[in-house]
Write a protein of this length. Structure first.
Length: 624
């Protein structure tokens, strides 16, 4: 190879996806390259529509105009211009124009595809748009998760017991105990007499477990001849047979139950237990929550909390996706919180009036990672008297201090139940939301970004749901509020320059890095929140919001899919980064040095940021 070809080869080798090719193939490829010099305002040949070429910009700059003559992209040194190789661009009036005098390498695409016949991933990369490449990457991440996760992608149907065992509410407690013993089950579903002997019964009246017999009958000296309805748990939770087994695990953990009836077409079909799932769950996240619920002191909880970092690392190494890990960590944080509330109530006595402990932010969205800062609040019954706040302040102090000891640092913005502003009766919370929506000041918008993501952790869930229902009725019709929220959310832009290079932080501890959380993930979270509030959708999880808004007037199906793909990829990069820090006993952060990831991963990052920027630009045009 002569010196000129060697210099071309050395340059091309640095550019994804050609950096994935073996040297022998690169040698053949560079021998097919044509070199040309184009001046300002010249167009790349329109003949490329029929005989497409791939362009590699060696020096200079190009601009790409779509069929509507809108500037879509700029290319700088080292960029590949493959628009004429993408089938979606064929027969469209696109243009690529020289912005600066440019030295360009070109390859006949038909010849290139022949050379790359054994490298379909490289062809796919060149022929696909940013959105298509990102979607393909997301699918590969999901495939890896399926291979490495035991229950996160497995149906409930693979775990449940059939047929379901039922009993009449009029049967005696002794009869229930005998039936459980004979059939080897630890629970029975209590159903109407007409369904008691059917293998597929209608939705049950309640459930009775062996623990209920011990605690509610034997321990209290209740006669075993009494009807089983006296000790059963009414209003039982159920899960549809089509649901994910991991969702069943989270449901049982959050509700402190060990048995969950499975329904099919609205009828009882079987039973799944925590034991069924835990015995097949390699990650042991549920085992950790079980230990938390048994802890008898804050000191024990502190000891358990030290396992949280290791759990996140383990889940990441096993290939669990970000949604699975976020739900696992959030469920464990919820378990810590509930156990601290129980300890506080043992110390303080019962609450003077009904209340609910609320999680806000990432925990409410079930997107939390290990040892995030606290975001919590209290919503209290309107029957609360001024003197009752002494009890609730004591509760808040005990729980927040306990969480801090367990590594969940105090909220820097004081968004915690210890702050009286966020420890209020239901009517005051309703006033808060009404004011934030009706008068969207900068401070109101800041509060909205936190408190429009709320979930009940413990207590009377209806207190929050009534407020949420009225709030969503208002946001659906408040175009002014949505416009202000949109403008506020669009201030956080992805770190992507006009030439598709990264805009890096230029000072301080995190110099020359990208802030994945605030400039990548947070903009998607903000957009999802806006879409959900616009449509009156109650979901708070980002992926659920995007999925439920997909195809609505606020968000097209294609745009929803693009944002879901970008979110999945960015959160996977974040988890990988934090996993490395935790493994090295370093403090976690969200700052990525682009030089520390592969060239191909950098291209996928650019694709993700481009998707976010396009959605933000569209949202901005809709607001103006």
């Amino acid at each position: 190879m002569d010196n000129e070809l060697a210099e071309v080869c050395a340059f091309v080798t640095t550019i994804p996806p050609f950096d994935l090719l073996p040297d022998t193939l690169l040698d053949k490829l560079v021998r097919e390259i044509s070199i040309s010099y184009l001046r300002v305002d010249e167009h790349l040949s329109p003949d490329d529509i029929e005989q497409p070429k791939l362009y590699i910009l060696r020096k200079g700059a190009l601009r790409y105009l779509d069929a509507n003559k809108k500037l879509t992209e700029k290319y700088a040194e080292g960029d590949i211009c493959a628009v004429y190789c993408q089938k979606s661009k064929l027969n469209t009036d696109i243009a690529v124009i020289v912005d600066e005098d440019s030295l360009i390498y070109s390859l006949d695409y038909k010849t290139l595809k022949t050379l790359l016949v054994n490298y379909p991933d490289v062809i796919e990369f060149l022929e696909h748009s940013s959105e298509q490449r990102l979607h393909s990457k997301k699918n590969k991440l999901n495939d890896e998760a399926i291979l490495t996760s035991s229950i996160s992608n497995t149906s409930v149907e693979d775990f449940y017991h059939h047929p379901i065992t039922t009993i009449s509410p009029r049967a005696s407690i002794q009869e229930a105990a005998i039936k459980m013993t004979e059939q080897g089950f630890s629970c029975l579903v209590v159903v109407d007499d007409n369904d008691a002997d059917k293998q597929s019964a209608n939705l049950g009246l309640g459930i009775v477990t062996d623990k209920d017999i011990r605690r509610r009958c034997v321990a209290l000296g209740l006669a075993t001849s009494n009807p089983v309805s006296e000790i059963m748990t009414a209003d039982i939770a159920t899960i549809d047979i089509k649901c994910n087994a991991y969702d069943a695990l989270i449901a049982m953990t959050s509700k402190h139950i060990h048995h969950l009836p499975v329904t099919k077409f609205g009828k009882l079909a079987g039973m799944v237990s925590v034991t069924d799932l835990v015995n097949n769950e390699e990650h042991n996240a549920v085992n950790m929550t079980s230990i938390i619920h048994k802890a008898s002191s804050v000191a024990e909880l502190v000891t358990i909390s030290k396992l949280l970092n290791k759990l996140q690392v383990k889940l990441t190494k096993l290939g669990a996706n970000a949604d699975h890990i976020g739900k696992s960590i959030s469920a464990i944080t919820m378990a810590f919180t509930i156990r601290l509330i129980e300890m506080a109530e043992q110390k303080l006595g019962p609450a003077p009036v009904p209340y609910a402990w609320l999680a806000a932010g990432s925990q409410a969205r079930q997107e939390q990672l290990a040892h995030s800062d606290q975001d919590n609040a209290l919503i209290i019954s309107d029957s609360m008297q001024p003197k009752d706040d002494v009890w609730f302040m004591s509760l808040a102090t005990f729980v927040c201090d306990g969480l801090a000891e367990c590594g969940f640092i105090y909220c820097p913005g004081d968004i915690m139940a210890t702050n009286k502003q966020w420890r209020q009766p239901q009517k005051i919370w309703q006033q808060y939301f009404d004011k934030w929506i009706d008068t969207p000041s900068p401070k109101a918008l800041l509060n909205s970004s936190v408190f429009f993501d709320l979930s009940s952790i413990h207590g009377d869930v209806n207190l929050l749901e009534k407020v949420r229902q009225r709030m969503l009725e208002k946001t659906k019709v408040s175009t002014l509020f949505i416009a202000h929220m949109s403008s506020n959310a669009l201030r956080s832009r992805p770190p992507l320059g006009f030439f598709r290079d990264f805009v890096l932080i230029q000072d301080g501890k995190h110099n020359a890095t990208l802030d994945l959380k605030h400039n990548g993930i947070a903009p998607i979270v903000d957009l999802a929140r806006i879409y959900a509030l616009s449509e009156g959708i109650a979901a708070v999880n980002t992926l659920e919001r995007l999925q439920q808004c997909s195809g609505s007037k606020s968000l097209t199906k294609a745009s929803a899919e693009n944002l879901i793909d970008a979110y999945a990829f960015l959160t996977s990069v974040r988890l990988e980064h934090q996993g490395k820090l935790l493994s090295n006993k370093q403090a976690v952060d969200n700052y990525i040095d682009p030089k520390q990831i592969s060239k191909l991963e950098r291209e996928h990052l650019k694709d993700a940021f481009k998707v976010i920027k396009a959605m933000q630009d569209y949202r901005q045009s809709a607001v103006l």
